[in-house]
Design a protein around this ligand. Structure first.
Ligand code: NAP
Length: 503
């Protein structure tokens, strides 16, 4: 059943840049067109892209706004963020529908992403009342030692298309509460949602110039967002290729940078696992959001004793996943975000076949009838995948699951760690000793026991090791601290004229 929203063709929105509190056209000659990945005939929004001159204007506006925003107390900043969160709660369904139309994920997933992003903004709004430092005893009598936190200045926030609301939210909210001014550059594939998010902050009363939106090609204007001397920190989420480039530039400039990048996350199902529980987790982890999650389950390691049984259960369940338009309540998996991601998925399916892995299900693009105008691919599983193969080692970012088997725990850990990535992982077992060993020995930033590889919560750090990320973790206190400079204050109140500091 199609919900009413898909029966009515939405009007094409004409989008603008948001610079210095004004909605303005971009200066480039490039038109950005946002289309529905489930039906690429449907144009959702158009705009003239920004170029370097727009980025410079945005930095000028942010520079002008910074002194007053810095002087605004953190609790007062928090109240603006809280107002934005309240407005977002009112607009949650509307924005979720827009997300499904623009990005393709199914509506329940879009609603879940909205809830997560709003919770993150609420959490960081509350940090306005806690943005303090620490006080420590001094070695010296009548001396007070304490720290304070200050904004870094103007920061660039560069985000991908796969979580078009939650990722901008978990970067923008801490940057603002800490008193920074922001240049926000979202992925070109999701401009309408970015505009909707920025509009909420405008409606919540954020002063002009504090948050600026530049919508344009990353390759054309990415460097200036990172190289401009007035940019004091960069927060990036996206591919390893771009992340490494940004990290190198920031390193050369000596400015703080966080790069959250790819993943190739393993789920290990042990012989004593609750297989029904594990089944639900693997389905959600591998095929939820069409596999377009940095935390997606893309490698499955099965204990040999349950491997055949589990794969049989998995194939039965995967056959029930209805691929389709994310607005359709029957749909379990939406389309790839665009033609390029669809091609990547199909290329890796061919690579898997050529590498000798056994295709258990899927492997095809869907093109008939309701699929004719969308970027649809079947959920795909390969068994017997060689750990040295590209299918095991490289991120696909689509609904393609690679399976291997292990007959003892050391082998399972070796398989799990045989990856250039280390974002997240899952271990399904009832054996507490093994589960705890897994948490100790696996190379990952996040570990899920008896739950899928996906997910994160506002109050705990999010991020990975190895090729999955460099710099401070995101979300939680760590995510906030990235956007602050610390100052240590040594206060001597002895009143003595003799210098007391011997260190
Ligand atoms: P991407 O191609 O690296 O793009 C990310 C952002 O960078 C986009 O806004 C893009 O703009 C911009 N960009 C492109 N070239 C740039 C340059 N030279 N300088 C500065 N910015 C530039 O990644 P994506 O395809 O959007 O996202 C998928 C990737 O993100 C996957 O690898 C996934 O694993 C990763 N991801 C990681 C996490 C995590 O937390 N670890 C979370 C989500 C996604 P345009 O759109 O205009 O090209």
């Amino acid at each position: 059943m199609i919900t009413p929203a898909t029966n009515t063709t939405p009007e094409v929105s004409i989008l603008k840049q948001y610079i210095g509190g004004k909605w303005v056209d971009g200066s480039s000659s490039r038109e950005i067109i946002s289309t529905n990945p489930a039906d690429n005939r449907q144009i959702l929004a158009k705009l003239t892209g920004a170029d370097k001159t727009d980025v410079l204007r945005a930095i000028d506006a942010a520079s002008k706004a910074f002194p007053a925003w810095k002087a605004t107390t953190p609790p007062a900043r928090g109240r603006i963020l809280m107002k934005a969160a309240l407005l977002l709660r009112e607009r949650k369904e509307e924005l979720a529908r827009l997300m499904t139309l623009e990005q393709g994920k199914i509506l329940p997933e879009a609603l879940g992403e909205m809830e997560k992003g709003i919770t993150l903004i609420e959490w960081f709004a509350g940090e306005g009342l806690r943005l303090g430092g620490i006080t420590q005893p001094s070695e010296l009598a009548k001396n007070l030692l304490y720290t304070t936190r200050h904004p870094r200045g103007i920061v660039s926030i560069i985000t991908p298309w796969n979580f078009p609301f939650a990722i901008p939210a978990w970067k923008i909210a801490p940057a603002l509460i800490a008193g920074n001014c922001v240049i926000f550059k979202p992925a070109s594939l999701v401009p309408a949602l970015a505009v909707a998010l920025v509009k909420v902050f405008e409606d919540a009363g954020l002063p002009p110039g504090v948050l600026n939106l530049v919508l344009g090609s990353g390759s054309a204007m990415g460097d200036i967002l990172v190289e401009e001397p007035r940019i004091k920190a960069v927060s990036f989420t996206g591919s390893n290729e771009i992340g490494k480039r940004i990290h190198t530039i920031c390193g050369a400039r000596g400015i703080p940078v966080v790069c959250e990048m790819g993943g190739k996350n393993p789920a290990v199902i042990w012989e004593d696992a609750d297989l029904e529980l594990a089944l639900g987790g693997v389905i959600k982890g591998a095929f939820g959001s069409t596999g377009q999650r940095c935390t997606a389950t893309s490698r499955l390691i099965l204990h040999v004793a349950i491997a055949d049984k589990f794969l049989k259960m998995l194939l039965t369940e995967v056959a029930k996943i209805k691929v389709g338009n994310g607005m359709d309540t029957a749909t379990g998996m939406g389309p790839a975000v665009d033609e390029s991601q669809l091609k990547t998925n199909l290329d890796y399916i061919e690579i898997g076949k050529k590498e000798g892995a056994k295709l258990l299900c899927g492997g095809n693009r869907l093109t008939k009838d309701e699929y004719a105008h969308g970027w649809f691919v079947e959920p795909t599983i390969f068994d017997g995948v060689n750990p040295k193969s590209r299918l095991w080692q490289e991120e696909v970012f689509g609904p393609v699951l690679a399976v291997a088997r292990a007959d003892d725990f050391d082998k399972a850990i070796e398989l799990a760690n045989d990856s250039p990535f280390g974002l997240t992982c899952a271990f399904y077992s009832r054996d507490l000793t093994l589960a705890m060993r897994f948490t100790q020995e696996v190379e990952a930033g996040m570990v899920h026991l008896n739950s899928p590889t996906i997910g994160g919560e506002a109050q705990v750090p999010f991020g990975g090791v190895k090729g999955s990320g460099v710099g401070e973790r995101e979300m939680a206190k760590e995510g906030l601290h990235f956007f602050t400079e610390q100052k240590t204050v040594f206060l001597d109140y002895t009143g003595s004229r003799r210098a007391s500091n011997l260190y």
